[in-house]
Design a protein around this ligand. Structure first.
Ligand SMILES: NC(=O)c1ccc[n+]([C@@H]2O[C@H](COP(=O)([O-])OP(=O)(O)OC[C@H]3O[C@@H](n4cnc5c(N)ncnc54)[C@H](O)[C@@H]3O)[C@@H](O)[C@H]2O)c1
Length: 251
């Protein structure tokens, strides 16, 4: 019996998208285990237990500033979480939407991961990188073309990066949330109301009822898995995407 430690005292974590539902929960869970948190989001302010700097990751200067900031922090843990959602099928989803979604969910996601990985390698720190994918990354949806593609890219980059960084003792894993009750879902529900003619709140209720466990998840459900992936509890796990979805995706 050799229980792995869950204490994160002395560890430094960067959390992107910290002002959102899942990001904020990750900040609070990692901080509760002793990690020192550096949080960022596009929001001007964030009221959580972290040193906070706002950056707009869709903006070249903002993204470069964020990457420089991460290089200076030299994190042990990255919770790579900032993302946006939008809808449209192949006839509607134009390149402006593609640029926005791929700009945040793939381009900035990749640059942030690269900055953290370079800092970990330079400091010779064994690290844990946790990328936020989605159930949408496992299966296309007619009305969600670009977003699904961005999240499939997150899963693929997680695998390639994990293999490249394994010799440096840096683990890279992803979490695929299913439907989690966060501010993002207010936006998703409003879009489904528009695209499918549903009443406000109807889509959110329907997706919760369709989950095998019978309800939408909450941000803490995801944050607890982030803690698992951040600590030595998961020391032999890398290149994986863990579904945190109440049974939605079977693979
Ligand atoms: N909520 C769900 O059901 C669900 C399901 C699957 C995957 N996810 C994924 O989980 C992660 C967190 O989602 P959430 O539900 O907490 O969403 P959220 O909208 O509550 O939080 C996302 C955060 O990212 C930030 N962000 C967006 N654009 C940015 C930019 N240009 N620069 C900097 N920050 C920016 C937002 O300000 C926001 O605070 C995302 O990667 C999302 O795709 C969520």
């Amino acid at each position: 019996m050799n229980p792995a430690p869950t204490d994160l005292t002395g560890k430094v974590a960067v959390v992107t998208g910290a002002a959102g539902g899942i990001g904020d929960a990750a900040v609070r869970h990692l901080e509760a285990l002793g990690a020192r948190i550096y949080a960022t989001d596009v929001a001007p302010d964030y009221d959580g237990p972290a040193t906070y700097r706002p950056f707009n990751l869709l903006d070249d200067a903002g993204l470069a500033g964020c990457c420089d900031w991460i290089a200076g922090i030299q994190p042990d843990i990255l919770f790579n979480n900032a993302a946006i959602f939008d809808m449209g099928d192949v006839l509607q989803a134009d390149l402006a939407q593609y640029d926005r979604l791929f700009g945040v969910n793939v381009r900035a996601f990749y640059a942030v991961m690269q900055a953290a990985a370079r800092a970990m390698v330079a400091a010779e720190k064994p690290g844990s990188i946790i990328n936020l994918a989605s159930q949408a990354g496992h299966r296309g949806e007619a009305l969600v073309a670009h977003y699904c593609a961005t999240k499939a890219a997150v899963i693929s980059y997680t695998q390639s990066s994990a293999l490249a960084l394994a010799p440096h003792k840096i683990r890279v894993n992803a979490i695929s949330p299913g439907v989690i009750d966060t501010p993002m879902w207010g936006h998703v529900d409003a879009l489904f109301a528009k695209f499918e003619g549903k009443a406000p709140g109807q889509k959110k209720r329907e997706v919760g009822e369709a989950v095998p466990l019978g309800y939408m998840g909450n941000p803490a459900d995801v944050a607890r898995v982030a803690v698992f992936l951040a600590t030595e509890q998961s020391s032999y796990i890398t290149a994986q995407t863990l579904c945190v979805d109440g049974g939605n995706v079977l693979r």
